[in-house]
Design a protein around this ligand. Structure first.
Ligand code: B1N
Length: 839
């Protein structure tokens, strides 16, 4: 048999159609699936039929590993990490699973022999967009690393029927289209219709003393909804570990309860069914902006309750009777405050339903949870109006009051008479209509609290959680984010992967520090030439995509400067626009100017209700329109907005970048992870001292990073003295000219009103200090252009960037979580040598 399986990649010994890995077997299994699952013969099969037949072929091989992992964990009662997240932004599965199985080349060949092109089949997959941006994507990278490091783990979340909306651009404006990702079915998930849990909402509570003299509380809900599990296997890279991602879908309860609440009212009953299913209909598309909507709180409680009930079920399944060792079996990470209600829910389950004394339950709860904070933005900090909270979760509100009272009693002992401190620390915000502060609930209910980059973790201790830090400094740590090199290098940049592997072997994919071994090659002319040609080919591919999708021709020889991420004022896409217009003015002033040809590429979605962000998209497109059509520019400047930026598009974009734009206002971007993906693919960064940029610069060396802008301290100083943005504009002729040009209607067919909100905000308020950083950014960009003219120098810096980026693997981040917070060990999964059919 021919085999393309790389050495070291585990395979099964038997060659049956469900698990075999030879090209012949794969081809046969594929045809079998086309026939018996899709019900098609080749003459009439569509590309999507072929994609699905291949997906099922790959899925069989996943299932083998998954079932063996599950069985091993069960037999060994393995300590398990539970990652609770309202978002998992997985991206397409097929390519990634082929890489992790070590079957990419074999399947490519099997498809070729069948007359098909694997790349075209990969393009068929509609990605599950169950997240907004960095936070959801981080959860996906962490699931990949947990499996790769052979750590028993379960991801718990929500199976949204509609993920993040698809973005279209019409007349320069963002238009949102519903994301029907399940339209053609989802071959990667396995529904578990028998795995159903009930979740209560609303109603009231009453208490009594039972016949053993115990104080008991009963929650009589107004409504009961059931959660159905949908399981997706998450395979590690070239290991047999396949972990579980379990997402919950809401359904109406049938039969008894259903009748009880709707006596004789059939129509009302059907309506209630629809209302129940609404809970998991749609992902809230707000990135870092709280919408205090009831349905959102319902979503959060729904999936947390399902997750915790499921853990208790698993715990009992492994023979344990009482729950006193729950925290030894499970460690639960809260991905921001979205699952923070879990703290009160676990208390409720232990105390009310399993009759555990409060103190013991509280001990277990705190030992179970750990909390990661992802933002300091005040408008993103979750707080729920007390009346809304109490009407939906009456019992949880009581529990939170009890937790709070006991907590504040302790604080009082430590800081007698310090009422101000009590007010600041309280889980209840007494201002206005009074609120539950979810960050405080998470902080009180966890044994560990972390930020996502060194700077962010420091600021967390100084600002949002300052009082908590003073109270329990030992709980705090930093865990700098990371990204998986499997998806973000091996899968998306095969050219670079091949080049690197030729020189240093393939170990780096699992041990990213090994990239250091590229350092000696930074001045190797032969290697540098190959490095450049890989980048050029990636740029050509992106240029072709841009021609097809946007209708703009860009020159792959120009400098590709890329800014892709959610649109937000703090991320300052409009600062990049100010620089572009500055370059444009320089060309207009001096038509003969010898300027490096540049292509600026933007991508990103705006929250549908975020007016300024949507106006920024319109601004980018309007400026693009004028510049791309101005003959005076002579193709030295192009601006492109890529519609519908998502994981799939990210995989095309990162490998094609020369320059990565990481230009947020210092102190606002908690970490950023796109910054890591760019640098790992050989882009140089122009950036501020914000989030993980700080650590990237430390690692790659200040001489290989284009730094600009005010530091956090300088900005604090600026505001302390009264920041007056108009002074920056009035004293800087080019800046004033650029702002005036936008305001004049030059980019809006003479409409002076259109962009006024942006221009006026910058003149008068400029919360994110664009004007204070403008000159520094423009100057820094000129340095970039200068270095780019020296291709040897640029390439050397690019190679050194990649060589020194090892720290930013999500494997490193997960190892730190395992050691410092979770205290879990790897569990080896061994596949049976005999067929899966042997009992
Ligand atoms: O989390 C990422 C970080 O790399 C980014 O810097 C950070 O901005 C991002 C409410 C959020 N913080 N907060 C959110 C997302 C959805 C939502 O409804 C907040 N996203 C981040 C990973 O650490």
């Amino acid at each position: 048999m021919t085999s393309l399986i790389p050495p070291g990649c585990p395979t099964v010994l038997t060659e049956d159609d469900r698990t075999g890995t030879s090209i012949e077997t794969l081809r046969r299994a594929f045809m079998d699936n086309l026939f018996f699952i899709q019900g098609r013969f080749p003459e009439v099969a569509t590309k999507n039929d072929y994609y699905l037949a291949l997906a099922y072929t790959v899925r069989d091989r996943l299932l083998l590993r998954w079932l063996n992992s599950a069985k091993t964990y069960r037999d060994q009662e393995s300590r398990t990490v539970c990652y609770l997240s309202a978002e998992f932004l997985l991206g397409p599965h097929l390519g990634n699973n082929l890489i992790n199985l070590g079957l990419y080349e074999a399947v490519e060949e099997a498809m070729r022999q069948t007359g098909l092109n694997l790349k075209e089949l990969l393009d068929q997959e509609e990605e599950p967009g169950l997240g907004n941006g960095g936070l959801g994507r981080l959860a996906a990278c962490y699931m990949d690393s947990l499996a790769t490091l052979e750590i028993p783990a379960i991801g718990y979340g929500i199976r949204y029927e509609y993920g993040i909306f698809d973005q279209e651009i019409r007349d320069g404006w963002q238009v949102e289209i519903t994301d029907k990702w399940l339209r053609y079915g989802n071959p990667w998930e396995i529904p578990r219709p028998e795995l159903i849990l009930q979740v209560k909402f609303g109603g009231h509570t009453y208490s009594y003393t039972d016949d053993q003299g115990r104080y008991r509380v009963v929650w009589e809900p107004h409504q009961v909804i059931q959660g159905v599990a949908y399981d997706t296997p998450i395979l590690g890279y070239k290991v047999n570990t396949a972990n579980l991602l379990r997402l919950w879908r809401a359904e109406a309860v049938e039969s008894f309860d259903f009748q009880a609440f709707n006596t004789g009212d059939y129509y009302g009953a059907v309506n209630q069914k629809i209302a129940s299913e609404n809970i998991t209909k749609v992902l809230y598309p707000n990135d870092e902006q709280l919408q205090g909507k009831e349905l959102r709180l319902m979503q959060q409680y729904f999936f947390c309750s399902c997750a915790l009930q499921d853990m208790i079920r698993l715990y009992k399944q492994s023979g344990n009777k009482d729950l006193s060792r729950f925290h030894e079996k499970f460690t639960v990470q809260l991905n921001d405050t979205h699952p923070a209600i879990s703290v009160a829910e676990l208390m409720r389950l232990l105390v009310d339903e399993h009759l555990m004394p409060w103190e013991q339950a509280w001990d277990i709860t705190r030992q179970t949870f750990a909390y990661t904070n992802h933002t300091l933005l005040p408008e993103a900090l979750e707080k729920w109006p007390l009346d809304l909270f109490g009407s939906l979760l009456p019992r949880h509100l009581q529990i939170i009051y009890e937790i709070n009272q006991r907590f504040l009693d302790q604080v009082r002992l430590q800081y007698p008479g310090d009422n101000d401190r009590l007010r600041r620390l309280s889980i209840i915000d007494e201002s206005g209509c009074r609120y539950v502060r979810m960050a405080h609930l998470a902080a009180v209910g966890s044994h560990a609290i972390n930020g996502v980059a060194a700077l962010h973790s420091e600021l967390l201790k100084q600002t949002v959680l300052k009082d908590f830090y003073e109270l329990t400094p030992q709980k705090f740590s930093n865990k700098t984010n990371g990204v998986t090199p499997r998806r973000w290098m091996v899968l998306s940049n095969p050219g670079l992967t091949r080049l690197i592997t030729e020189r240093i072997g393939e170990d780096w994919v699992k041990h990213l520090d090994q990239l250091r071994r590229l350092e000696p090659l930074a001045e190797d002319r032969d290697f540098a030439a190959q490095w450049r040609s890989v980048k050029h080919e990636n740029k050509e591919r992106l240029a072709a995509y841009i021609r097809d999708r946007v209708g703009v021709t860009v020159d792959p020889h120009s400098l590709f400067s890329i800014l892709v991420k959610r649109i937000h004022e703090y991320k300052r896409q409009h600062l990049c626009v100010l620089n572009i217009i500055t370059l444009y003015q320089m060309l207009k002033d001096n038509p003969q100017l010898d300027m490096v040809p540049q292509t600026f590429i933007f991508g990103g979605k705006a929250a549908p209700g975020y007016y300024m962000a949507k106006l920024i998209i319109k601004l980018i497109n309007s400026v693009a329109d004028v510049i791309n059509h101005d003959p005076a520019v002579r193709d030295r400047l192009k601006v492109v907005f890529l519609p519908d930026y998502n994981v799939t598009l990210g995989q095309r974009v990162y490998p094609a970048a020369d320059l990565s734009q990481q230009i947020s206002t210092a102190g606002y971007e908690a970490s950023g992870t796109g910054n890591m993906k760019f640098a790992l693919n050989g882009a140089l960064t122009i950036g501020t001292l914000d989030g993980a940029n700080v650590e990237i610069r430390e690692e790659v060396g200040a001489e290989n990073f284009f730094l600009f802008g005010n530091t956090v301290e300088q900005l604090q100083e600026l505001w302390r003295n009264g920041y007056r943005p108009w002074e920056f504009a009035n004293s800087n002729p080019m800046l004033k000219r650029v702002l005036d040009l936008i305001g004049s209607g030059y980019f809006s067919h003479g409409d002076t009103a259109l962009f006024r909100p942006i221009v006026e905000h910058l003149w008068q308020n400029d919360r994110y200090c664009l004007l204070a950083d403008y000159q520094s950014y423009v100057d820094c960009h000129q340095q970039v252009l200068q270095v780019y003219q020296d291709q040897a120098q640029w390439t050397k810096m690019s190679i050194l960037n990649v060589a020194r980026m090892g720290k930013f693997s999500s494997d490193r981040a997960i190892r730190e979580y395992c050691q410092d917070i979770w205290h879990v060990e790897p569990v080896k999964i061994v596949l049976p040598a005999t067929s899966y059919m042997t009992p």
